[in-house]
Design a protein around this ligand. Sequence first.
Ligand code: UD1
Ligand code: UDP
Length: 383
Amino acid sequence: MEKLRIMSVFGTRPEAIKMCPLVQELANREGIESLCCVTAQHRQMLDSVLEVFQVKPDWDLDIMTPRQTLSTITSKCLTGMDEAIDALKPDMILVHGDTSTTFAGALSAFYHQVPVGHVEAGLRTYDKYSPFPEEMNRKLVSAIADLYFCPTANNRKNLEREGITEGLFVTGNTVIDALKTTVREDYKFSTDELNHLPYGEKKIVLLVTCHRRENYGEPMRNIMLALRQIAQEHEDVELVYPVHLSPVVREAVDTYLRGGPRVHLIDPLPADEMHNLMARSYLVLTDSGGLQEEAPALGKPVLVMRRETERPEAVAAGTVKLCGVEYDDVLRMGNELLRSREAYDAMAHAVNPYGDGHACARIADAILWHFGRRSERPADFNA
Ligand code: UD1
Ligand code: UDP
């Protein structure tokens, strides 16, 4: 019997962190030829992940340009994918999450009548402009997909409410699979600065990302100024911020945060360094999706600098709180966690609503089952 040709398509850092373990899992399955096509919507930040996980793409669209727009990303992906699909002839295309690469990858698969598996399916805020454009991207991919790999039972319910009842699997999030390969107690960082931070001593390390398009402008300014004030007010805090390569983010950081006391602005970290730094940090302040999933698994409280989240599971578990994008709110909620041991302890416990580290195995099993190459449907992940 010919091997199934399963092509994973991704382009940004978070997609890569969450898809590389799956590319590897598929490659280890006898009945599958695992193919990998990257759009390189991100370039350096993607390549860094590929290196950590030792994944070599079969096809690279290399589309990134400085300050790219949503239209240029989408149109370049669509054009490039035509060639990749014609050359690699996949039996199924896997896309991940909600980026422009995800949407264009799924649309292109549809144009070529190749079935689509959506990894990280069913997340919703029900606000089409927030996160922008991700909420719309994932809804559009839901309309195209044939198989839906939902991280949680809640994500599955979201899809069922939209009338999607076939091809649903609850798998856990592959990011927890990734974390299990990267975090180690004896980890040594590649720079002295990170090796010599005062972990576990009096000083407290905060870890931050901030890049969402809906936060461009006023919200990003508020966030940066609040972070600066937090670092200013707490002598026992070291604020460590690996700054995204987006010029919009860098401009805001340079204008409002650079030069603040106890503020360490560093370049984006390779995924293994980031995960190990988070494991040693005290508190996470972020607008990132992936960090909302990773930090709870590591027992780190998270303040999410957004107005809503499509990841309510860790909020319900009490380890994540939304703090919005207003200066006063970020400052007040950051201060509370830094000043009140009680408030901190109430949030600092490890929970795993997003996965058990076996999401990739479930997805591979589900694909084989779908194509009649395996008799048993995989059991759902149950948090
Ligand atoms: C993208 C995704 C977002 C995801 C985020 C993860 C879309 C519309 N947005 O947002 O869903 O949460 O990635 O980080 O799909 N750049 C570099 N080098 C890199 C990466 C980015 O220079 O390795 C710069 C480029 O100038 C690029 C800009 O950052 O134009 C913005 O990248 P883009 O992918 O458009 O937006 P993100 O904010 O990264
Ligand atoms: N991350 C990383 N290096 C960094 C910052 C983040 O490897 O310097 C990882 C982080 O651990 C998480 C992912 O990148 O797995 C989140 O990516 P990002 O915040 O860019 O996107 P989002 O998750 O919001 O889509």
